[in-house]
Ligand binder design. Structure first.
Ligand SMILES: [Fe+2]
Length: 261
């Protein structure tokens, strides 16, 4: 049985040059979004970015870095795809795979995205600010978006998995943690419902893995990827959580969904 099947995740290394290309794309897009293009390129782009983000309000941060704008618009598709082609079919034991496309919602919000743009967003977690969500597994959210413009199309594929790549500002206490083997369990989840008063349609406003259950899993929690050029592929039913960032000015990572059959 592979690590992916047994533990629900697989740690792998990415080439230094590819990591550098990905990081450069992320920083370039951050500079563009913050209208700092005149300062690009810079030898100390991380410090510049940290300083600029520390100056803007929380509301501006959330608006500037809303998900549709965090999707890489100049994605390094060729080098990333060539690398993934050499890795994923074997790790996933699949005949075919691809990176998922952005949703209709994202392409409608960001004119730089097309219908079939790959959905490769970066994520920024500020120091000592609650930029992270609760413990969850991604499969929980797929059903919620079904039939909406946020739905991510499965196209002709049957399964989904996630890739998470630390870019900068990560360490062993400040990186994605996973609950090994949780993809094989029926994990308890809690959700709260709301009713849209205009349409009288019921919806789910909040959904997360039961926090008591999560706290009982400490012996199975691990932080597989925090060193530069390490990354993880994980099952869409694997419980994971990003911690608050208390050790670096900004923690930046890249993530995307892969579809496979
Ligand atoms: Fe997730």
């Amino acid at each position: 049985m592979s690590n992916f099947s047994y533990y629900g995740y697989e740690l792998f290394s990415i080439p230094v040059e590819l990591h550098s290309i990905l990081a450069t794309n992320v920083f370039f897009q951050c500079f563009s979004l913050l209208e700092l293009s005149n300062s690009w390129p810079s030898a100390n782009h991380y410090d510049l970015l940290c300083n600029r983000i520390s100056e803007i309000s929380d509301a501006d941060f959330k608006q500037i870095f809303a998900k549709p704008y965090r999707v890489l618009t100049l994605p390094p598709i060729n080098s990333l795809k060539i690398f993934l082609d050499s890795l994923l079919p074997e790790l996933l034991h699949c005949a075919d795979y691809d990176i998922s496309y952005v949703s209709e919602y994202e392409s409608s919000k960001n004119p730089k995205l097309k219908k079939n743009s790959y959905d490769i967003p970066f994520r920024i977690v500020r120091n000592s600010i609650n930029d992270v969500g609760p413990a969850h597994f991604d499969g929980m959210y797929w059903d919620l978006s079904k039939g909406t413009i946020s739905e991510v199309s499965m196209r002709s594929f049957s399964s989904r998995a996630k890739v998470w790549i630390p870019i900068i500002g990560c360490d062993s206490t400040n990186s994605l943690s996973v609950v090994s083997g949780s993809h094989l369990q029926e994990v308890p989840i809690v959700s709260s419902e709301f009713i849209n008063l205009t349409s009288s349609v019921k919806g789910v406003s909040n959904i997360e893995v039961c926090s008591e259950w999560f706290m009982q899993q400490s012996s199975r929690v691990s932080v597989p990827a925090f060193q530069q050029c390490n990354a993880i592929l994980f099952h869409d039913k694997l419980v994971h959580k990003a911690p608050r960032n208390s050790t670096s000015p900004l923690r930046i990572s890249l993530e995307f969904t892969v579809l496979y059959s």
